[in-house]
Design a protein around this ligand. Structure first.
Ligand SMILES: C[S@@+](CC[C@H](N)C(=O)[O-])C[C@H]1O[C@@H](n2cnc3c(N)ncnc32)[C@H](O)[C@@H]1O
Length: 213
């Protein structure tokens, strides 16, 4: 298993070319009261869904992502060395980002450090069995897949709750959109030419929640 190398500065066309219509952000945003630390905040999808009175801070290691993100304040930093004091945030999120580090444990320990006692932690990721219509052989293992996510987060926080999904989730209507999807998800390009449209993709993944004791 290996980390997915971050290419957000070198290949902006990959991640800018496709965007999910619904995502985990929609699920958790209504629960957040702030102050929220959004680690690996990217373009600011979570921040865009928060109520105006919810205090939010974003962290990301990609200058390109932070330049695209219209929300402030943000910090350019690595998730394994957060530039914040202990116990300052009520909620900390790792959404779709822990698979970019070789070992997620130091990053999760940093998240726990900056979280207040009683504060809520959220991490999400996809399964190696995601998109079986395009990847029947499965995606290559990463360092933070849904198969292991609960165990990894549990090692840092103790008790966790896990919400899993395994259902047809989004339809792709055009060949152009499918090509962009394949590029976005590192799916071999020829798969985009082989399947019939519209294509309903089965999304498999999980959201792990934990509370700092
Ligand atoms: C797939 S994007 C997810 C963005 C956002 N969380 C979302 O859900 O839309 C992964 C993000 O993690 C960031 N990232 C990758 N490695 C990082 C690291 N070591 N420290 C901080 N951010 C990192 C990337 O720059 C990118 O913005």
């Amino acid at each position: 298993m290996s980390a997915l190398p971050p290419d957000y500065d070198s290949e902006p066309c990959r991640w800018q070319g496709w965007r999910s219509r619904r995502d985990v952000h929609d699920l958790i945003a209504p629960d957040l009261r702030g102050p929220v630390l959004d680690i690996g905040c990217g373009e600011g999808r979570l921040a865009s869904l928060l109520a105006d009175d919810v205090s939010w801070v974003g962290v990301d290691s990609s200058p390109t992502q932070l330049a695209t993100n219209p929300h402030r304040p943000v910090a350019l930093a690595d998730m394994r060395a957060l530039p914040f004091r202990d116990a300052v945030f009520a909620e900390v999120t790792h959404l779709w980002c822990l698979y970019h580090v070789a070992d997620p444990m130091p990053a999760i320990a940093e998240a726990a450090r900056v979280l207040r006692p009683g504060g809520a932690y959220y991490a999400c990721t996809s399964s190696r069995g995601n998109d079986p219509e395009l990847m029947p052989e499965g995606y290559p293992a990463t360092t933070f897949d849904a198969e292991d996510a609960a165990e990894i987060v549990g090692a840092a926080f103790g008790e966790v709750t896990v919400e899993r999904w395994n259902q047809p989730f989004s339809s792709i209507e055009t060949r152009e959109e499918l090509r962009a999807y394949c590029r976005h998800h590192y799916v071999p390009f020829d798969r985009a030419e082989r399947v019939d449209l519209p294509l309903w993709l089965t999304k498999r993944g999980c959201l792990v929640r934990a509370v700092k004791r």
